[in-house]
Design a protein around this ligand. Structure first.
Ligand code: WTA
Length: 647
């Protein structure tokens, strides 16, 4: 018996359109395979060659030092990330190219060229130095999606301060715990932000948190709103005042390739958040390289990744990856449905966005709101689409492809994690045919496999655990201050092999299909089912926008299958629809996956980055009070509403 049974039967295949292939960096599967094979057969040679695309202040002496589970890449090499993202473009025609195009939620815009961004970064780096921040210190960044957030990240990198961005939607308590763990010396914030037409009071949260963070000596505040806010004398400073007085001359510090670039906290299964540590050389190389090849990025592109800088996607693919490539990256401050559900499409039309990268949770919201919204806008500038964050249901993929991509744009479904730093399993859009719901093949240098509980590879088509068998340049190096937890969490289950925590299967073409987190697997009458496949069957019904399935204890079957379903706008939930959906799942998958219960819900509980929190749904399905950690929950009222609708 295999560990997780796969029941999905998706069979559609989309070849890269010829026009896309012709202009792509990598134009065929053969070309991709040649590079990939080289990256596996001679990883050190491959990465050494790729690393020449970066500027090094001192060459490395050894590409990889691997003492499981601790890796060092480009040992002895010295470089500076901000120099790679900024200074090197100044010697080229890109000096006056737009680096960041920004739009605020109320609609104002700002553009920073590479020259201007470089100047702002240098000045803010000097500000940090004047506040006593030295190489090796930690700086907290708790900011809205405004250009100063990117400036702060790059300024830290310039002087070798390790930044830790905390998502601006997190509470004062969450900020306090993370900053205490990181021992931050300075926190950079703003007087507030706009979100769905309302003001988010960031500085007020900082004021509540800082008295309980002894390490914080100074707070720097960007004036975003201009409201009157209390400033604590000696501790709080206005960004614009400090920057005005600062010199724009700040040479990039030569940092060890393994110098910690950032700490990003991600929630673990136990309450305490994990500080995932990424370092400089390997991280920058893999994010820069994947940005170039996965997005087929060209100088003419306007690239938009909708992630907040509070998530790893915002680090790697809003800021560092695009800037390392000299690209134009769009940053948007606000909500997708403000003032109306077409804001994203309006932005794409206005800024002529050519590459658009978002999350399945956003795509499911778009589907729910209806295709009249994108239809109102000219999306013809788009040439490539991407997704990340969760398995994308094949029907959601098809909608994205048809309605947003006009059946013309390839879709890159990129699998990776905060811990992996950069993309790991992903299509290369001019080379690899895509299948809706599959991340397709591993990226350069990535040795991925699906194994059973003994670590043995499972046969083609069977479900199992997704593991990565060799170290890769942008891998996390440790959990901040807790190397034991690092070893225990990721490297113990399969000794010497990285365990992702995800279930997956591989098809006959070697394509990977992610089946969801293994903690969420449901055991029905001895069959272990991944959540993604059953949910995808539900989402393939024309009435359904979003679905989450969980198990609840059942005397007979071990677990009964409970589905939480959100219908599209204009659809009415009813008992007849319940029966219809159950039959639909039976038809798509088989009787084994027939939901025992279907609950309709206006919304599902999600993390702030948009992932469905099945753990909470499990408690609701079994009638339990929620005892676990709910601090990452986006909207508390969702839980109360969910308890109301019982079949
Ligand atoms: C899930 C986000 C399927 C997966 C970069 C992973 C995905 C977790 C995909 C990491 C994808 C991310 N297909 N599942 N394309 N991308 N995931 O740390 O469960 O926020 O382990 O990093 O999201 O989430 P994280």
């Amino acid at each position: 018996m295999t560990d997780i049974e796969s029941v999905q039967k998706e069979g559609r295949v989309f070849e890269p359109p010829q026009g896309f292939r012709d202009q792509a960096h990598i134009k065929s599967l053969a070309e991709f395979r040649a590079l990939y094979d080289r990256s596996i057969q001679d990883p050190e040679g491959f990465w050494a060659e790729q690393a020449k695309t970066l500027v090094w202040q001192k060459p490395w002496s050894q590409v990889l030092e691997w003492k499981p589970p601790f890796a060092k890449w480009f040992v002895g090499g010295k470089l500076n990330l901000s120099e790679n993202c900024l200074d090197r473009h100044l010697a080229t025609w890109r000096r006056n190219k737009a680096a960041i195009v920004w739009e605020g939620e109320p609609g104002e815009t700002r553009t920073l060229t590479y020259l201007q961004l470089h100047r702002e970064v240098c000045r803010f780096a000097n500000v940090l130095k004047e506040l006593g921040v030295a190489t090796g210190d930690r700086v907290g960044i708790y900011m809205p999606m405004i250009p100063e957030a990117a400036v702060a990240m790059l300024a830290c990198a310039r002087i070798g301060a390790t930044h830790s961005v905390v998502f601006g939607g997190f509470s004062a308590e969450a900020l306090r715990d993370r900053m205490n763990d990181a021992q931050a010396k300075v926190i950079v914030t703003a007087d507030g932000a706009w979100r769905r037409g309302a003001v988010v009071k960031l500085k007020a949260a900082v004021d509540a948190a800082v008295p309980a963070i002894p390490s914080v000596k100074s707070v720097v505040v960007v004036k975003r709103l201009g409201d009157d806010i209390p400033m604590s004398a000696g501790r709080d400073h206005w960004w614009h005042e400090l920057v005005e007085a600062a010199s724009a001359d700040c040479p990039p510090v030569a940092l060890d390739s393994e110098h910690p670039l950032f700490i990003l906290y991600t929630s673990g299964t136990t309450g305490k958040p994990k500080g995932v540590v990424h370092t400089t050389g390997g991280y920058l190389l893999q994010t820069a390289l994947s940005t170039k090849y996965v997005f087929d990025l060209k100088d003419e592109d306007t690239f938009w990744c909708t992630a907040d800088i509070g998530w790893v996607t915002g680090h790697s693919y809003v800021v560092f990856g695009p800037l390392a490539n000299g690209a134009t990256t769009l940053m948007y401050e606000g909500a997708p449905n403000w003032p109306e559900p077409d804001r994203f499409w309006k932005l794409i039309a206005k800024h002529r966005v050519s590459i658009f990268y978002t999350a399945p949770t956003a795509i499911r919201a778009f589907i729910r709101w209806g295709e009249q919204w994108p239809r109102k806008h000219d999306l013809s500038s788009l040439r490539l689409l991407g997704t990340v964050g969760e398995p994308i249901n094949p029907e959601a993929w098809m909608w994205y492809h048809a309605v947003i991509g006009a059946s013309r744009c390839p879709i890159v479904d990129t699998w990776w994690q905060t811990e992996t730093g950069g993309m790991m399993i992903t299509p290369i859009p001019g080379a690899i045919a895509t299948k809706p719901g599959s991340g397709t093949l591993p990226f350069f240098g990535v040795v991925a496999a699906v194994v059973d509980k003994d670590g043995k590879e499972v046969p083609v088509g069977d479900g199992g655990y997704l593991v990565i068998q060799k170290p890769w340049p942008s891998m996390l190096r440790t959990i901040y201050g807790d190397p034991e937890r690092y070893a225990e969490t990721y490297w113990k289950r399969f000794p010497g092999i990285y365990f992702t925590g995800d279930g997956a299967r591989r098809d006959k073409d070697g394509y990977f299909w992610i089946m969801g987190r293994v903690d969420d697997v449901i055991n029905v009458a001895g069959h272990r089912l991944g959540t993604a496949e059953v949910e995808s069957a539900l989402v393939s019904h024309p009435r359904v926008a979003e679905a989450a399935v969980v198990g609840r204890p059942d005397e007979l079957k071990g677990q009964a299958l409970v589905a939480f379903v959100t219908v599209k706008q204009g659809q009415q939930p009813s008992d007849a629809v319940r029966a219809e959906l159950k039959e639909h799942v039976v038809k798509e998958i088989g009787a084994i996956a027939r939901p025992d219960e279907i609950r309709f819900s206006e919304a599902l509980p999600k993390t702030r980055s948009g992932k469905i929190m099945r753990r909470l749904l499990r408690d609701i399905a079994s009638g339990k009070e929620t005892l676990g950690d709910t601090t990452t929950l986006e909207d508390y009222s969702v839980l109360a509403k969910l308890r109301e609708d019982e079949e």
